[in-house]
Design a protein around this ligand. Sequence first.
Ligand code: HEC
Length: 441
Amino acid sequence: MRRRRLLLASLSIAVASACASESSDGPTTATGTPPGASAAGTPLPCDVSLALTRCHDCHSSPTKYGAPMSLVTYEDLVRDAPSTPGVSTLQRALERMKSTTDPMPPVPRERASFKEYGPLDAWLERGFPPGDAAEKCAPAAPDAGVVTPACEPDLVVRAESAYSLPEGTADVYVCYGLDVPATAGKRQVTAIAPRVDDTAVVHHIVVFQADKTESPKPHKCKDIFPIDWKAIYAWAPGGPPFVMPEEAGLPMQEGGPTHLVVQVHYSNLKHEAGHVDRTGVDLCTTDAPRKYDADILWVGGFDFAVPPHKTATVECKFDWGQNWTKYLPLQVVQSWPHMHQLGRKLTTDLVRADGSQTPLGHADPFSFFDQAAYPVDVTVSNGDKFVTRCTWENTTDKTVTWGEETSQEMCFNLLTYYPRIPLPQFSGPAASYLSDCKMQP
Ligand code: HEC
């Protein structure tokens, strides 16, 4: 979280300078301003506006999903970047679009392409002349935050009451629970759709199945990623809903309630007051169980040490060998790479007997701030191995090893798969003990 602290430290100055420039120029952005046109007048060239289309999912006016500024009008681009007084937002935008470690759009979205930063580069080079006021630009892309699975949701998960964001807090992780009573027969979850309420500040949503009841009132999460909970789904803006293939479902607890927990990460870098939110998820479930139960397999490992002020990589191999072949083949449908704040990259590859490799979730770069689950569709067969590599940049003065504290690290890839392997060795993080980990030279 080094980058975030840096960002926050400079934010108070940045806010002050943004306010100052607004009072002298008058308000420059208006709600609902079409792309390219600006309320204050200076038109933005259409090719520049078009190149920023994907940015407008978040850097719209007003902003969404925690983005600190709009990127809609001419003035938005030429004023100082919120984090860096003296550097234009346009310049910062280009830096972040080309960054391999801290890219915009953020992971898991696709990196910006030449088609996107090319027009901005050219415009900067020409000294960013205004566009042609008479030209009408194409409208922005539709909101990517609202997604609907094909099924009809039958289980609504919301907090008991709305959550009021405390003023002056930039990032907060809020949790609430819902106990779903057991049904007479078996019940499976087949899809999960995010339902974002206050789009300005919701940064991501995580769904867990906990081991006990969590309060239904929204409260600060005690632990951001408790490893004894089953982490089912993570949504980031623009991400897809969780949809199981037709032959599989995630079983709910039999003979007792299922303790669902929703975690909402709010990001309010602008320290705006008055945000009240009731974000949750809708689930599709079925009482007519599908052929297979799904589960989550944790690959990765515990055995690593990152020396102070060093970048280091561990490689953890999980070999299906002879012991587990009777559970193969199995189908992997989602990958969720998980590390802590020093994590820079996490990849898992399926290595086949013939040496060929298939990616099973690559978070490159990994960003603790922008965690998400990625859909995959890979069949695991006899002779296959999983190879997970985690890279950290240890910016601290201490050797960092595995642990649940935020100052410690993790190297897990949570794979949603079916059919479920009904062995305790495959339950939760236990499966990672089956891996063989070696630090890379
Ligand atoms: C999914 C939402 C989302 C999308 C899409 C997105 N951003 Fe961002 N952007 C954010 C958030 C949240 C932050 C603040 C955290 C950070 O800096 O990483 C941010 C920060 C930034 C910053 C840093 C501002 C500063 O003060 O230094 C720049 C520049 C930026 N974005 C540019 C872009 C550009 C250009 C695009 C499109 C190519 C884009 N972003 C797409 C959410 C988004």
